[in-house]
Write a protein that binds this ligand. Structure first.
Ligand code: ZN
Length: 248
């Protein structure tokens, strides 16, 4: 069994297609940690592609805002503009799908998935000290989370020590493996497909093989200028388009 773990796709069709192509024939089931839409230029195409994958899925904050569940008043102006634009673009059917996405945590076979953190779907887990309580209180030794757009995560050793999972992906390398250790608890972030913010502009995802107790982090290049041109043509904020080049 192998799970393809996707998160924070953000209406970026080129990045999603590149990731699915790279992962082709390697996975049995798709998991999505939310933020299917928001920021990018292809909300309908991405929603339809995700729906066709029949993923185990939880909603993200941009899904909620774009579906009108929340009013995006806590978003920065560019993000709010994109959420309102996305709301207008979505077909009735795709809007209904995004609106129907469940909140996390969602339990799968021996692990859990969330958007932000196990305790709160909208919380950001950036620092080890923020992850400590979540790691201790999580219902399973393994939880996948997204929201920060940082590939990596955190682990809690049996000694009580929390560590940041540092993904060692030298430029030009596509993947890096993390093998789970006994009696250790993990919060794993596959990174963002559609708007990475960890300094590597390539689309990020992960594969999880329960039998091997291993996660493989992946990065894959995609046609960033094509996405930027579509964003410009759609009148989406330039800041959202420019950041794709830098992965920030
Ligand atoms: Zn996001």
């Amino acid at each position: 069994m192998c799970y393809l773990i996707l998160s924070d796709i953000h209406s970026n069709l080129e990045a999603l297609e590149a990731a699915l192509e790279q992962a082709r024939d390697r996975y049995d089931r798709v998991v999505c940690l939310g933020d299917v839409v928001g920021y990018g230029p292809n909300p309908n195409e991405v929603t339809e592609r995700v729906r066709a994958l029949e993923p185990a899925i939880v909603r993200g904050n941009h899904d909620k805002a774009s579906a009108g569940i929340t009013d995006a008043s806590d978003f920065n102006p560019a993000a709010r503009f994109a959420a309102e634009w996305t709301h207008r673009q979505l077909t009735a059917e795709n809007l209904a799908y995004i609106r129907s996405l469940p909140s996390g945590p969602k339990e799968l076979d021996g692990f859990e998935i969330v958007h932000g953190s196990p305790g709160d779907e909208d919380d950001y887990l950036f620092m080890a000290r923020e992850a400590f309580d979540e790691l201790r209180q999580a219902r399973f030794p393994l939880t996948f989370f997204g929201h920060t757009h940082y590939q990596g995560g955190f682990l809690l050793r049996p000694t009580g020590r929390v560590e940041v999972v540092r993904v060692q992906l030298v430029p030009g390398t596509a993947s890096a493996e993390l093998t789970f250790e006994p009696d250790t608890r993990y919060l794993i972030n596959p990174g963002s497909i559609g708007q990475p913010r960890d300094g590597d502009p390539r689309a990020a995802f992960a594969l999880y093989e329960p039998e091997r107790q291993a996660v493989t982090y992946w990065r894959v290049p995609y046609d960033i200028p094509a996405v930027q041109q579509k964003m410009m043509a759609a009148g989406l904020p330039e800041s959202l388009s420019l950041r794709l080049s830098f992965g920030r």
